[in-house]
Write a protein of this length. Structure first.
Length: 330
């Protein structure tokens, strides 16, 4: 398959090493099947049904990877709601939630359909209430169907723009998930289509939308609470740069180290954020980071942000020095 110039250009931004660059490109233009993955939503009492792959050190105990030729979606246990089928990259992205320090009262998934991240949060965090929101109306039915099939409770499904939620439900959640709409570049590693996913206009459009959703998420989380941000894009503009913008705009938040994912630290920044690359052959690819709002901070208005002078975020000072040095090298 011919490699597009836009893909080559992106790979040059992501990798200085030619071998890694080529491996990344090859994973996208010649996709190979990944091991199917299931999230057990009931107690795992059916292990003999599937051939499982030895778990990785960070892999949640409620997740199994299966043999490549297994088809768990066809098994009767799937229809019975015993488990949910998902990409291993989704499991990786949600593993940041393991750094949440206590059982949350309320978890809000802002971009929930078809429901995989909501189910992962429900299994990993055991919240007293799960709120699953999906703004696109035609996707809500599938979300409800999956949550009902897997017998998730207590749960409420919402369909509202994040801005509307921020206006009416400020500081409602201990944990907010933002599985942000993105260019979907990792879909190519699964052999799926993602038209225009490398075009700068598409990347910038998605980055702008991601910043808006994150800004609304900041209003929804309680002091001491968390925002888990994740995408299935590879572009730095949708990932590290969006996170750097968020920390500048909302200095009451700090990025959290996730010890289980330390081997997946992004090489594009010193900020504690984590990437799964398609050439690893674990999954199609993902970016993930966990922010925490300082417990002592109250909700700031826009006026407060302009007039107050909070202490500089130590990570930001380091990041700006690193970014300046990197720009000089270019």
């Amino acid at each position: 398959m011919t490699v597009s110039k836009l893909l080559e250009k992106l790979s040059l931004k992501l990798w200085s090493d030619a071998q890694q660059r080529q491996a990344f490109i090859q994973a996208l233009i010649d996709p190979q099947p990944f091991h199917p993955c299931i999230l057990w939503v009931t107690e795992r009492s059916h292990q003999s049904c599937f051939q499982t792959i030895p778990p990785l050190s960070w892999q949640p105990s409620c997740v199994d990877r299966l043999a490549v030729d297994d088809r768990p979606g066809k098994h009767p246990l799937h229809q019975q709601g015993a488990y949910y089928c998902l990409d291993f990259s989704s499991v990786f992205a949600a593993t940041t939630l393991t750094a949440v320090s206590s059982t949350p009262q309320v978890v809000l998934d802002l971009c929930a359909a078809p429901g995989g991240k909501s189910l992962l949060a429900w299994r990993l965090l055991h919240p007293h209430l799960l709120l699953s929101n999906e703004v696109i109306g035609k996707r809500v039915g599938r979300l409800i169907s999956n949550l009902k099939r897997c017998q998730v409770h207590p749960v409420q499904v919402l369909s509202a723009d994040p801005r509307s939620l921020a206006d009416h439900m400020a500081q409602v959640a201990d944990v907010v998930l933002v599985d942000a709409p993105c260019t979907g570049q990792s879909l190519l590693a699964k052999g799926e289509a993602a038209p225009g996913c490398f075009h700068p206009v598409s990347i910038q459009h998605n980055a702008k939308r991601q910043r808006r959703i994150l800004a609304n998420a900041a209003e929804l989380v309680v002091p001491g609470g968390y925002i888990a941000y994740m995408t299935c894009a590879f572009s730095e503009a949708e990932d590290e740069r969006v996170c750097a913008w968020f920390l500048r705009k909302f200095p009451e938040f700090e990025p959290q180290h996730v010890s289980l994912l330390q081997d997946f630290q992004s090489h594009l920044t010193d900020m504690p954020c984590y990437r799964m690359w398609p050439q690893s052959r674990l999954g199609a690819g993902a970016f993930t980071i966990l922010f925490r709002k300082r417990p002592e901070n109250v909700r700031w208005s826009k006026t407060d942000r302009r007039s107050s002078h909070p202490q500089p975020n130590p990570w930001l000072q380091t990041h700006y020095r690193w970014r300046s040095h990197r720009n000089k090298e270019k």
